[in-house]
Each structure stands twice: as C-alpha cells, then as structure tokens.
Design a protein around this ligand. Sequence first.
Ligand code: DGL
Length: 215
Amino acid sequence: MKIGVFDSGIGGLSVARAIEKALPEHEMIFVNDAEHVPYGSKKPDEILGYVVPILQKLVDGGCQVIVIACNTVTTTLITELRAHISVPLVAVEPMVKPAAEQTRTGVIAVCATPATLASQRYGQLKAEYAKDITVVEPDCGDWAFMIEHQQVDERAIQARIQEVLDKRADVIVLACTHYHWIEELIKRLAKDRADIIQPEQALIRQLKRVLTQLA
Ligand code: DGL
C-alpha cells in the first residue's frame, strides 16, 4: 500500500524512517513544506492553507493513508483536515496520557511548539488526563528552527531541561517531531532523572491497525 507521511519539515523524516523500518513491505512517500517551516509560530488558518493542497497531492498520487507526523498540525487542525481529505489520517499528538500514567513525582514536562501549547486539543488532553498532576511547559519556541537548520545550541537545550528537572519533572514528552532528532541529547542531559517519551511506536501500532482495515 502507498503511505504518505507529512510534516512541516525534517521532524517527519525521523518518523518516516521508523515507519519504513517497521513496515518495509509498503511504499512510503515523505513530503514536507520546506517553504513554510516552522509552523509552530503560525496561525492555524495559515497552516490549513498550506497543508490541504499538500495532502491532496498525496491522495491524488495514490496514497491510501496519510500519517500526519506533526503535533502542531494535529492539535490545531486535525478535525478540519479530516473534513477535507478523503483517506484516513493517522496522527501524532502530545503523549500527555502515558506521561501522566508514568510519573512518580506528579510532574511531567511537555516540550512542544507555541501553536501546540496554545491549541484547544492540547488543553483537552491536559483537562482529561493531567488534572491531578503538574504539567511544565518549557519555552521550546526556537527548537524546531534550530533543528531544521542544524544549528542546535546544546547550552540552550540544557537550560530548558535543567529547568524542568528542577521542577521535579520525571517524564519529558517530546511533543514535536523535530525534537526526535535530539532525543539522545535530551536523554543525556536528563541524566536518568527523567524518562523521555515520544510517539513513534504508538503511531506505528495505530498505522498497522488502519492498514489492516484497508487491506
Ligand atoms: N514537527 C512539527 C511538530 O511536530 C512542527 C515543527 C514546526 O514546524 O514548528 O509539531
């Protein structure tokens, strides 16, 4: 089957590689929006205008399912996108629920773009799964840009991670796929004081379920 994978930029590439490894028997097409990345500081309406034609092109090119490998797009627009696009959309979103279940200190950190943190969907996830715990949201506003342009400032990342450790977060959620590229760095900076979680494996499980239904 033909699987489309979309992200604003190189974040989706790490997800695409994980999918390719797990499902080598399927054809995969990865597309991003190099012209408009990063999305995390843009308004949902603007992002919608960029994303719909890109996804439509994947559908026209024969993709029977599309992976939205972008938390920003999912949390701000998934309902609108499902109304526009005729194939199933399998999407990543911030792992608030697993983090809330996993924490022992009662404090989790969510690293995400400003648009994700401001979205209604993210607010719902917190209201539903994290109402009895503390959610720390470090300022990661420039991380996607740094990662996209391969200008990772380790000291700036270290400062953010130290800040959440100081607040006793013991689970750190990578809620932007760009941050998957610095997962090992974050693990090193967290020095066993926090678990780092990201959604690739959960996404692949969901994708497999959808592919079985389509077969
Ligand atoms: N990789 C995207 C995400 O998961 C967005 C990064 C951006 O374009 O700002 O949110």
